[in-house]
Design a protein around this ligand. Structure first.
Ligand code: PMV
Length: 343
């Protein structure tokens, strides 16, 4: 539908589900933070079980959106101000892009702990973009348009959750374009075991982390080495070469945290158990298991592994002191519309 032609009388309710993603090469630092135009390309794997669900219902006779979030007690309550503010900003940009003027009731829930470096913003804003699009336009936009609609939330990683499999973003140098599937989910059945060492909200949001990144004396060097690192990841994925994949995955994760820890002021996301997991995963590899660690902006460790190694890796992760639980996930096929409402 062309911009500016959405007819509010035709809008209906819609519910969408989108999964989080785990970046192999991370988005860290922006050219334009508000528009989520990244300073470097990133690549991630879209997950399957760590999902957000979002329902969008058009409201009549009101002058603001109603934003609800399912809290830890299980009930659907008005969202806290900071989250509601980000959702309203995203809704305003979606309305402008679709030429729609009405307000919505938005209800969101996550299948995993929010705010702990597990990309709840990626799945949440992507599910929101899809639910609102389907509510206004009667169906899902094409994945590239959905990717842009997810990006205008301000969460760059949401751009990649619009597609399944192994996803690069941006797919063109300008940084404004959509994400793109580099390999479909069927290319390599990788598993992601998330060793949860922290479930409370992290103290420094990724938005603040992006802002601080250029203050690290190592940031410029990071941008210089990333093209070669990206090439190595893509080659390892293409050849399903786990040993190379493990090397480059860990190199990149440590680099992201090195930038964070050397920013001014410094940002420390790790907990003691984070280091314990990193050490144990290296030991697993020397014992012949295919396992490799990465972290986003948080303390939890995503341990990528092959299906053959998964049972032994899960068992060993669960025994590490400080690991509260291990969430088992795998590569997924992208967002979808659902029949049942979040209520
Ligand atoms: O999408 P944002 O603004 O929440 O930033 C994502 C930052 C990382 O998760 C650390 C990296 C990434 O590419 O997902």
């Amino acid at each position: 539908m062309a911009k500016g032609t959405a007819d509010h009388r035709k809008a209906g309710s819609a519910t969408a589900e989108a999964a989080a993603n785990i970046a192999f090469i991370k988005y860290w630092g922006a050219v334009d933070l508000e528009a989520a135009i990244p300073a470097n390309p990133s690549i991630s794997m879209t997950l399957s079980s760590c999902v957000s669900r979002c329902s969008c219902r058009p409201l009549v006779g009101v002058s603001e959106d109603e934003i609800l979030f399912r809290d830890e007690s299980g009930s659907l309550n008005p969202a806290v101000a900071a989250f509601a503010g980000r959702v309203r900003g995203h809704l305003d940009r979606l309305r402008a892009r679709m030429g729609y003027e009405g307000y919505f009731r938005i209800a969101t829930e996550n299948s995993f702990p929010a705010g702990a470096g597990m990309a709840s913003s990626a799945s949440g804003f992507c599910a929101l973009a899809l639910a609102v699009s389907a509510s206004v336009e009667g169906g899902a936009p094409d994945p590239e348009e959905l990717s842009i609609r997810a990006r205008i939330s301000g969460s760059g990683s949401a751009t990649r959750s619009a597609m399944g499999g192994y996803v690069v973003w941006p797919s063109e140098p300008s940084g404004e374009g959509p994400a793109k599937i580099r390999f479909p989910a069927s290319h390599w059945d990788l598993r992601d075991l998330v060793a949860v060492v922290q479930t409370e909200e992290k103290k420094v949001s990724s938005l603040d982390g992006h802002k601080l990144a250029p203050t690290s004396p190592h940031y410029r060097r990071r941008l210089e080495v990333l093209p070669e690192r990206m090439e190595r990841v893509v080659r390892a994925l293409s050849e399903r070469d786990f040993a190379t994949f493990a090397d480059v995955l860990e190199e990149e994760a440590i680099d992201l945290h090195l930038i964070a820890m050397s920013s001014r002021p410094a940002v420390f996301y790790w907990k003691p158990a984070t280091l314990a997991v990193l050490e144990q995963v290296r030991r697993m590899r020397s014992d012949g298991l295919e396992a490799a660690s990465t972290m986003d902006a948080g303390a939890n460790v995503h341990v990528l592994c092959t299906p053959e190694s998964e049972p032994a890796v899960a068992e060993r992760l669960a025994k590490i002191p400080g690991v509260g639980r291990v969430i088992a996930d795998r590569v997924g096929s992208g967002p979808r519309l659902l029949d049942s409402e979040v209520n």
